[in-house]
Design a protein around this ligand. Structure first.
Ligand code: IMP
Length: 191
């Protein structure tokens, strides 16, 4: 069965392909002729994931899914959350985002945080949502050079290293996205 993943991110595509059963042919936005940026104007991760999935469904009529991820910091009332990519600037400036996060948390004892990924799946016109969460805390300084985004600052619960200090496999096996994808696969395979 053909299913569109609303992404052109090769890394995300490979991750989902690796866990999806043989019965699914995963195709990208480019492969279905969507080359423009899909609007992401929602106030929540849920709204953004739905907005992207619906956009694809309306244009292609194909089964599809879209994801949205945010880092939610307890002491910052859930910020940067849906604004994670554009926390410090309008661009995806990871270094500036990390500096801002450390500044906002200066002197703060409660450093609890979680990454949350929401996936919206549209099958036969029906929408379903799954999510994946990994809890952890924000380090006092950056450590590690793997991964991307907030990885050098995020220490998952039960570990004493950041995501950026882990191998990609180790991170994927416990990450928000890995968990959301595992939930998606269960739904797609009817489990
Ligand atoms: P997206 O919805 O996957 O594009 O993620 C939005 C933003 O959240 C990214 O630009 C990153 O700043 C942050 N982010 C998402 N996933 C991760 C991750 O696995 N590690 C670190 N930061 C992430």
């Amino acid at each position: 069965m053909k299913i569109v993943f609303a992404t052109n991110n090769a890394h995300k595509l490979a991750e989902v392909r690796a866990v999806l059963g043989e019965g699914f042919e995963l195709v990208t936005l480019r492969e279905v002729g969507i080359t423009e940026d899909i609007p992401e104007t929602g106030a929540t991760l849920e709204e953004n994931a739905s907005q992207k999935a619906r956009y694809v469904y309306e244009r292609t009529g194909l089964d599809c899914f879209a994801d949205d991820t945010g880092l939610e910091v307890e002491a910052l009332n859930g910020a940067p959350g849906v604004r994670s990519a554009r926390y410090a600037t309008d661009g995806h400036d990871f270094a500036a985002n990390n500096r801002k996060l450390l500044d906002e948390l200066q002197g703060e004892d409660n450093r609890r945080a979680r990454f949350r990924t929401v996936i919206s799946l549209i099958r036969g016109g029906e929408e379903q949502r799954v999510e994946g969460i990994v809890r952890g805390s924000i380090a006092l300084t950056e450590a590690g050079c793997g991964g991307f985004g907030y990885d050098p600052l995020f220490i998952p619960e039960g570990y004493d290293v950041t995501f950026a200090e882990m191998s990609a496999n180790e991170k994927n096996s416990i990450s928000h996205r890995g968990r959301a994808v595992a939930e998606l696969v269960k739904v797609l395979n009817g489990r």
